[in-house]
Design a protein around this ligand. Structure first.
Ligand SMILES: [Zn+2]
Length: 296
């Protein structure tokens, strides 16, 4: 693939401001894209209104800008893309890859997370039903730039999965795949908490006739209790005015060995150093999920 056609993205959900963990993800994908002289896009994944926090999208964008993480083009909001998701779902229905399912929460829970295909031949109507995608009993594997070979059998490990929820919301998996294709994303770098979503997304790409991007899943920054940093477990906000410090700490956490004196330089100088020295191989060799630095 030529450098010019390389397109990466950072795709936060507006559930709260950036914290150290999401800054690490944004920075790594930015450096990786810029070193390749590719584009770096931002997409706001605002598909689940009950989980969203008013003003969080704007706050995330302001924080990216203040850290010098300037994106190409305009920001894509998933809430504006419902027609595209509906069209993708229609095409899956037309090829009979999707069926409607009326199983209640209790029944799904009793299955231990692996759907048994109970509704697959019932020809249920769409109203008050979830839409599920039929999967195959085959091993789906891909080569992750950081993790290496990863595989899943969707049938035995997961079962037919939901692409539109019973409440009418499109699933994260469907929306992401439709948008990655729409934005011609070639490189996806994101947190390892999404690793086990990737086989579902690759399978959806195959069902819809889309290209599969390259994937790299970053280790997760953990709090002192060993949990992923997130709004739910009170990750600290990144205080304004300390942007250079945050970027340096993120580079250090990513094992990129930034020199000590870089900490006192401008955001632009730190990013220039980061683009020049970025080495995903170092992440691969040295890093597992590990504690965020003290103070984050
Ligand atoms: Zn069902």
């Amino acid at each position: 693939m030529s450098a010019l056609s390389s397109i990466a993205r950072f795709a936060p959900s507006p559930t709260g401001p950036l914290h150290f963990g999401s800054l690490v993800t944004a920075l790594a994908s930015f450096l990786d894209a810029r070193q390749r002289r590719g584009q770096w896009l931002v997409r706001i994944e605002d598909l689940d209104p009950p989980r969203e926090v008013a003003g969080a999208s704007d706050q995330i964008l302001r924080q990216l800008e203040s850290h010098g993480l300037c994106w190409d083009g305009t920001v894509l909001y998933q809430s504006t893309r419902l027609e595209a998701y509906a069209a993708a779902l229609e095409s899956l229905l037309a090829s009979e890859l999707v069926y409607h399912c009326r199983c209640n929460r209790q029944r799904i829970q009793s299955l231990g997370g692996i759907y048994d295909g109970h509704c697959s031949e019932l020809q249920l109507p769409s109203n008050d039903c979830a839409a599920r995608l039929r999967v195959n009993d085959t091993r789906l594997s891909f080569n992750d730039q950081i993790i290496g070979q990863y595989q899943q059998n969707l049938k035995t490990e997961l079962g037919d999965f939901v692409v539109r929820r019973r409440d009418g919301l499109f699933s994260y998996q469907l929306a992401v795949v439709v948008d990655d294709e729409f934005q011609a994303i070639s490189h996806i770098m994101r947190g390892a908490d999404l690793l086990d979503s990737t086989p579902r997304q690759i399978y959806l790409q195959q069902c819809l006739g889309y290209k599969t991007p390259d994937y790299a899943h970053l280790p997760l920054a953990l709090n002192a209790q060993g949990q992923k940093l997130s709004k739910q477990n009170q990750a600290l906000e990144l205080p304004e005015g300390n942007e250079s410090e945050h970027l340096w700490a993120a580079l250090h956490w990513l094992q990129q060995s930034p020199p000590e004196q870089l900490q006192r330089q401008s955001v632009a100088e730190i990013l220039a150093w980061g683009i020049e020295h970025w080495a995903v191989q170092t992440v691969t060799d040295h890093l597992q999920d590990s504690l965020a630095p003290e103070g984050y």
